[in-house]
Design a protein around this ligand. Structure first.
Ligand SMILES: Cc1cc2nc3c(=O)[nH]c(=O)nc-3n(C[C@H](O)[C@H](O)[C@H](O)COP(=O)(O)O)c2cc1C
Length: 236
């Protein structure tokens, strides 16, 4: 969660049972950094690091998490208009996973072709495979489901074909206050890469529904924002 999930925050919540911790989202080039600044100006939280500091910052944050929780995998959710800055992030030694943000729906990010707008790019497969082919880390692609004009299952297959290791799906469905469980099941039935389900894991009941879709893992954002969880994610 932009402006929230830094190493301090993640170090506090990892003991709740998480085996992957995701830093960010971070903006990695001038267009996305400028977009982040505009978002901050209208009062929304964002991480705000200049181009000459952001990569060192991510490295230091990942190292800090590893120094406290050596077994956890550290991921960074990142946005950029071209693959190269994401490749540079993926080659940060202390980072296990670089996550390409094809999810953000903030207008300033969408207007420059990033975030969920990436799902409309004709060269999305090539964008992802350039990153996969040139990084030492694993690659995750975080998508928003049910984006207008996008077939989520087709996109999932494209991301698999591009060589990503993880497909992280915010299974949001407009007008519904739970994840689109049916769509997640359909995705899991159509791809072989690891699917990480996301959205509305905020109770034991929803966690069981999420597991029932066949996902390989799940992620929690708003449910952990207070620093605590009132349900068990280890022995549920
Ligand atoms: C304040 C806030 C900031 C967020 N920032 C990001 C972000 O930078 N990158 C991203 O991929 N998702 C971001 N998200 C989305 C969450 O990671 C997650 O996909 C979404 O909240 C649905 O999952 P949940 O029901 O567990 O919260 C953000 C969500 C919130 C509430």
């Amino acid at each position: 969660m932009a402006g929230i999930t830094d190493a301090d925050f993640l170090n506090k919540v990892i003991p709740l049972g998480f085996d992957v911790a995701t830093l960010g989202g971070y903006s990695l080039d001038s267009p996305t950094i400028n977009a982040s600044k505009m978002i901050i100006e209208r009062g929304r939280k964002e991480f705000d690091f200049p181009l000459d500091e952001i990569f060192t910052h991510i490295e230091n944050e990942a190292n800090f998490i590893k120094s406290v929780h050596s077994a956890v995998k550290v991921s960074a959710n990142v946005r950029a208009t071209t693959p190269q800055p994401i490749i540079d992030a993926g080659n940060i030694e202390s980072l296990d996973i670089v996550e390409i943000n094809c999810h953000c729906r903030q207008k300033e990010i969408v207007d420059i072709g990033c975030g969920q707008e990436m799902l409309h790019r004709e060269d999305l497969g090539d964008f992802i495979s350039q990153i996969v082919d040139n990084v030492d880390s694993e690659v995750s692609v975080k998508i928003r489901a049910n984006v207008e004009g996008v077939d989520t299952v087709e996109i999932a297959t494209l991301i698999e074909d591009a060589g990503a290791d993880y497909l992280h799906v915010d299974a949001m469905k407009k007008g519904v206050f739970e994840a689109d469980w049916k769509l997640l099941s359909e995705i899991c039935g159509n791809v072989n890469l690891k699917v990480i389900g996301n959205n509305s894991v905020n109770s034991k009941e929803n966690l069981q529904k999420m597991i029932g879709t066949g996902v390989d893992g799940f992620s929690i954002a708003r449910g952990v924002i207070s620093g605590n969880l009132d349900f068990n994610i280890v022995n549920f």
